[in-house]
Design a binder for this molecule. Structure first.
Ligand SMILES: Cc1cc2nc3c(=O)[nH]c(=O)nc-3n(C[C@H](O)[C@H](O)[C@H](O)COP(=O)(O)O)c2cc1C
Length: 188
């Protein structure tokens, strides 16, 4: 099974990166092929809303030439996609938001383009946050559930850990075992 982790924190060695480690380790132990891609160090321009991607069939078709082409290549390779992000202002952090807005060319709903480049893929969330879990993550989780519905993806749920003591919060046995259990569930 091919698993893509898209890590959207501006802190490449921060809390979210930390909780990705046991998840990835467990997936690899279970035999999955895992690709870990950080977004904050990539050039992902904001969607311009030009709809050019909607006139194109069989390929992504965004006229902006940046690292999103490579991200799309990874997305098309993956059976499972894990969106790993800190909660910023009750949603995902900006590098992930730019990437999510650029999903448009993966669906062809609003022009002469036909088909989908990612229907049926399974999406899960891995979040870190300062507030209590439900209060912090519900808006983003709801947004992603809706995106999955809209894009004919399968939403596989969320695992999250609260930041109580910076990176140490993500190294506890409870946090890491939870990430491992989530990894095993996602591979089913
Ligand atoms: C700019 C900023 C905005 C944040 N907004 C929220 C928020 O809306 N809700 C929340 O629960 N935590 C919020 N936090 C806390 C982070 O989600 C938390 O510290 C997270 O673990 C940081 O992960 P990172 O080290 O991967 O960046 C915010 C932190 C920052 C720096």
């Amino acid at each position: 099974m091919n698993v893509l982790i898209l890590m959207g924190s501006p802190r490449l060695q921060g809390n979210t990166a930390e909780i990705c480690k046991p998840l990835i380790d467990e997936m690899e132990k279970q035999g999955a092929q895992v690709r870990y891609v950080t977004l904050a160090d990539k050039n992902i321009l904001p969607c311009r809303g030009c709809y050019a991607c909607q006139q194109v069939t069989g390929r992504y078709g965004c006229p902006q030439k940046d690292d999103m082409e490579t991200i799309v290549h990874h997305i098309r390779w993956a059976d499972r996609i894990v969106l790993a992000t800190p909660i910023y202002a009750w949603y995902c952090a900006a590098p992930m938001k730019n990437m999510l807005d650029r999903h448009y060319g993966l669906n062809k709903y609003y022009g002469t383009g036909q088909g989908s480049l990612w229907a049926g893929k399974q999406i899960a969330l891995l979040c870190t946050h300062g507030y209590e879990a439900d209060y912090a993550t519900l808006p983003f989780a709801l947004g992603m559930e809706r995106l999955c519905e809209h894009s004919k993806l399968v939403y596989r749920g969320l695992y999250s850990v609260r930041d109580e003591d910076d990176r140490a919060s993500f190294q506890t046995q409870e946090a890491t075992e939870g990430a491992r259990a989530f990894a095993r569930r996602l591979l089913q």
